[in-house]
Design a protein around this ligand. Structure first.
Ligand code: ATP
Length: 209
């Protein structure tokens, strides 16, 4: 998957969050989107993925040499973010069966295999609402990292993870990044230190109205 942004700008009300961003996100690369709290990292991630409309500029998408319409991007992306919610009324097994009906896992990986990779075997039949916050985060990451999706978006991926969880993330993000376009919004180097490119959202900030 490739995303080409040209003179991209996003404004909320009178405030430009970023402006004049021209950058090509190449296939099979990982980019860290950096900046302090409130600088616009999540806004940029959501704009690049077509979930927010840019105020100005253009975005073009392509996958395997063919152009992709913005409406088709959701089928090609996997997303993990603190503001995305899980269906908490389901057990882990039920949730994975439900979720993978519209967002399949990578070829050869079963829902049971994913449960093992997430080390959540003992919680197979537990309601997701009874998971700890770290278990929920590991689940959100697992279904994004192991989705059959060429675009992987991770917003603050180690939120709520303890040291073991962070090491788990680091191992599995590296294992699943190859061949995809990976974008990580972060302030924590251990979340993105494997990324080949860094983009500081504040370098595209504009206070002009
Ligand atoms: N829907 C919205 N309407 C108005 N303003 C918004 C909206 N979404 C975000 N903002 C504003 O845009 C700015 C950037 O927010 P954003 O969440 O993108 O920052 P961030 O860098 O991801 O922050 P953090 O590191 O705290 O998660 C903030 O000032 C925020 O209040």
């Amino acid at each position: 998957m490739q995303i080409e942004a040209t003179s991209l700008g996003k404004r909320f009300h009178r405030d430009w969050i970023f402006r004049g961003l021209t950058h090509t996100f190449q296939p099979d690369t990982a980019t860290a989107i950096l900046g302090p709290n409130g600088s616009g990292k999540s806004t940029l991630l959501n704009t690049l993925s077509g979930q927010l409309l840019p105020t100005e500029g253009t975005l073009t998408y392509s996958y395997q040499g063919k152009s992709v319409a913005v409406e088709e991007v959701p089928q090609l992306l996997a997303y993990c973010a603190p503001y995305l919610e899980l269906v908490e009324e389901l057990t882990l097994t039920e949730l994975l069966h439900f979720h993978t009906r519209f967002k399949p896992l990578q070829a050869g990986l079963s829902t049971e295999g994913l449960i093992e990779r997430m080390y959540l075997e003992k919680s197979r039949h537990k309601l997701v609402r009874d998971f700890s916050s770290g278990m929920k985060q590991r689940l959100k990451l697992g279904i994004a990292l192991y989705a059959a999706a060429p675009l992987l978006l991770l917003d603050e991926p180690t939120t709520n993870l303890d040291r073991t969880g962070v090491e788990w993330y680091r191992e599995h993000v590296r294992a699943t990044a190859s061949g995809r376009l990976v974008l990580i919004s972060s302030n924590v180097p251990e979340e993105y230190d494997f990324c080949t490119t860094q983009l500081d959202v504040t370098s595209f900030a504009r206070s002009v109205r």
